[in-house]
Design a protein around this ligand. Structure first.
Ligand code: SIN
Length: 289
């Protein structure tokens, strides 16, 4: 009898391991259904011990929707020109001294990916090829649980509010190409505007959608009011009770729902090597609660 993939929850606010599956094989319909159900419930899935080529990673990712290309890197191209949907997150330099991927070895603060775009990515996968012995772990936080734990007063206050998500810097704080070092105040920083609370049109569930803290601005408020509200929200969403941390092993594949999760990464030694391959599943415009 064929064994169907099984989910084992982490026991934290989100995350589950999927076992009894080899993602280098074509997925059967029953396995795919089991994965989709577990993903809807746990928001982050981990598959350990996978041996995947870029083509395997792309084939697996496409089961969940059309893929977005990786963002353009500082060399003006994508990291894997033959497979532009593959993104590389790495601190490694090649023999000519060129970076093989982005984000270096620094800490990445809590954020959701590419919310500075009007149609931010729905989900991402991250596959570990090389990892440091210490550091470089990735934390995830459940924004559905964070919304549900808000006071009724704050839920009502945030409904209908919109926030601008900074386009100018990445999650390690580096300035993106073509943007100013500073702006008169946060209300002038370019970025996409999204609801503070987003609703899943299929299930009706609501989630906080804070994007990232740096340079965020709540529309319609003074800068001081916006800063105070965002400080309150970020103190709430970064509580450990909403989080789970992925301690990487080589050959781990993790996928997360970027609509309803935040993630962050610990810094690691510049002398260590970390090499991750990533894909981005395309999304659409967040729907307000
Ligand atoms: C990211 O912020 O997308 C990178 C996460 C990681 O490197 O673990």
């Amino acid at each position: 009898m064929r064994i169907v993939a099984k989910a084992i929850p982490t026991g934290a606010a989100l995350g589950a391991d999927i076992v009894d599956i080899d993602l280098s094989d074509e997925l059967g319909a029953d396995d795919l259904e089991a994965i989709k159900q577990a993903w809807a419930e746990h928001l982050v899935l981990r598959f350990r011990g996978q041996h995947l080529s870029d083509e395997d990673l792309l084939r697996f990712s496409r089961h969940f929707g059309p893929l977005d290309k990786a963002p353009i890197n500082p060399y003006g191209t994508t990291w894997v020109p033959d497979n532009p949907e593959v993104n590389v997150i790495s601190n490694i330099l090649d023999d000519t001294g060129k970076r093989i991927g982005g984000l270096g070895d620094g800490e990445c603060v809590w954020h959701a990916d590419m919310t500075y775009n009007d149609d931010p990515v729905h989900a991402c996968t991250l596959y570990a090829k090389e990892i440091p012995e210490i550091g470089g772990d990735t934390g995830f936080a459940n924004m559905v649980a964070a919304y549900e734990a808000l006071s009724d007063e704050l839920k009502v206050r945030l409904t209908g509010m919109e926030c601008k998500h900074d386009k100018t810097r990445n999650s390690t704080g580096q300035l993106r190409k073509g943007f100013e070092e500073s702006y008169p105040d946060v209300s002038h920083v370019p970025g996409a505007v999204h609801p503070m609370v987003r609703r899943d049109p299929e299930t009706g569930r609501c989630a906080l959608y804070p994007g990232r803290r740096h340079n965020a601005y709540v529309l319609g408020l003074s800068v001081d009011e916006s800063e105070a509200l965002l400080d309150e929200i970020w103190a709430h969403v970064s509580k450990p009770e909403f989080a789970w941390t992925q301690h990487w092993q080589v050959d781990d594949l993790v996928m997360w729902d970027n609509r309803y999760c935040l993630h962050r990464r610990d810094a690691f030694s510049p002398d260590a090597r970390r090499h991750m391959r990533r894909t981005q599943i395309g999304g659409d415009r967040p729907v307000a609660a």
